[in-house]
Ligand binder design. Structure first.
Ligand SMILES: CC(C)(COP(=O)(O)OP(=O)(O)OC[C@H]1O[C@@H](n2cnc3c(N)ncnc32)[C@H](O)[C@@H]1OP(=O)(O)O)[C@@H](O)C(=O)NCCC(=O)NCCS
Length: 178
């Protein structure tokens, strides 16, 4: 394992599907408990779709790469309501080495530069390191919910941008939307 300082952070692209799948399916049960954007396990097809969507500009995903191996992943995807949904995970062996913070910092700077506006996320309430990281990057809690599928309690968080036009978040149903 190299020093975290020597990692490359770059956008997902053509040829990353297998490495992204290996990263996702290599997460521990504890990490997968709090991070499942592709379901319990990723398929090559789902990961290839992430790569294709990045090439087409429909998704924006960054990966941290060590010797051709993806060891961190951060993204903003449009959800079914058109909101910008943020996600972040770091391979277990690399956690607590500021890689999550570096990925979040770069992704949010890029999102701001692209004028993406407001960004939302959901986070398991007991995931205190993630909640702390998100608050440090300007996310604020605005709701909470109990997930029917996994029985876990989640916070909803939002990072507002003053220049954002047309908030995708409807504050009137902020406690019910997922
Ligand atoms: C949450 C996650 C992305 C954070 O990434 P990371 O690279 O481990 O985090 P960082 O090293 O950048 O540290 C972020 C903060 O958490 C703290 N932290 C992280 N892991 C810690 C640990 N094991 N013990 C104590 N503090 C810890 C850091 O000190 C830092 O806090 P600070 O800025 O107040 O000092 C990563 O732990 C992860 O992938 N977890 C599993 C998947 C997940 O839960 N994703 C988020 C879904 S919403």
């Amino acid at each position: 394992m190299n020093d975290a300082a020597s990692l490359t952070i770059r956008q997902v692209g053509h040829g990353d599907a297998a490495s992204l799948m290996a990263f996702y399916n290599g997460l521990s049960d504890a990490s997968r408990r709090t991070f499942r954007p592709l379901g319990e396990f990723a398929t090559l097809e789902k990961c290839a779709a992430v790569c294709t969507d990045n090439e087409a500009g429909a998704k924006y995903d960054l990966v941290a790469v060590d010797s051709d191996e993806i060891i961190g992943w951060c993204f903003v995807w449009k959800d079914k309501d058109g909101a910008n949904m943020f996600g972040l995970a770091v391979a277990d062996a690399w956690q607590s080495r500021r890689i999550g913070s570096r990925l979040a910092m770069q992704l949010l700077a890029d999102a701001d530069a692209r004028g993406m506006g407001e960004i939302i996320l959901t986070v398991v309430k007991d995931n205190v390191h993630a909640v702390g990281l998100y608050e440090r990057f300007g996310f604020e809690k605005y709701g909470e919910f109990l997930h029917e599928d996994d029985g876990l309690e989640y916070y909803r968080m939002v990072r507002k941008i003053s220049c954002a036009e047309g908030s995708a978040r409807d504050s009137s149903n902020a406690t019910t939307r997922r």
